[in-house]
Ligand binder design. Structure first.
Ligand code: MG
Length: 218
């Protein structure tokens, strides 16, 4: 039986560095400045501190202020040039087509954004489910809420799942729950939470082939 692949979105399926992340950071800093009544430099520092400490800027704002999370997410995820400026990872559509097994998207981003990006990448039809910020009760990865939700909602055993991520911290929870993990990174120091490290998404087909071989060996 093929595994179920749990994919992160930003910087895993597409490169968010050239357009999406700089724009998002700019919108979040502006929102924090308005919401907390601070100047831009302070807002920028708070945005980064919250992201480091709580896993997302929103999670920090929820801890430290009264805020409507849906309003925050709407206002900080507007990308009018998305279709033109999205940068899929090389070979993305062919990789998803070739990988055997179900695929679920698991992102700390808002739901509408996730769907919009999947459509812009033209890969929406590959995914059986999307777990985004709202589906975790605003408890982002690496909090266990979203991971448990995926297993329950799709009736999956953790041992049958492979999580693919560019953030190693998010793989620690997956590994602890019994999933296998793939870290997309050029960093060679991968540590115990990482079963496979790949430097390009296209190397996933090699991971999949290895899994088939090792299950045939048994
Ligand atoms: Mg990511």
């Amino acid at each position: 039986m093929p595994p179920t692949w749990i994919f992160d979105l930003d910087n895993t399926l597409h490169d968010a560095e050239p357009y999406i992340f700089p724009e998002m950071n700019r919108m979040m800093t502006a929102y924090v400045a308005r919401h907390m009544g601070v100047d831009e430099a302070t807002a920028n520092r708070l945005r980064v501190d919250y992201w480091r400490q709580y896993g997302s800027t929103l999670a920090g704002l929820l801890q430290h202020s009264e805020i409507d999370p849906e309003h925050f997410l709407r206002e900080t995820h507007r990308f009018p040039e998305l279709d033109r400026r999205i940068r899929p990872m090389r070979g993305l559509r062919a990789i998803l087509r070739r990988l055997p097994g179900r695929k679920v998207l698991f992102t700390n981003a808002p739901y509408v954004y996730a769907i919009t990006v999947l459509r812009a990448l033209r890969i929406e039809h590959h995914f059986d489910g999307v777990i985004a910020m709202q589906q975790t009760g605003f408890r982002p990865k690496p909090h266990g809420a979203g991971y448990r939700r995926i297993l329950a909602q799709h009736g999956l055993a953790a041992e049958r799942c492979i999580m693919v991520e560019d953030s190693r911290d998010n793989l620690v929870t997956a590994k602890r729950m019994g999933m296998r993990t793939v870290w997309l990174s050029r960093d060679l120091r991968h540590g115990p939470a990482v079963d496979f490290r790949i430097s390009r998404l296209s190397d996933l087909t090699r991971v999949a082939a290895g899994l088939t071989m090792s299950s045939e060996d048994k």
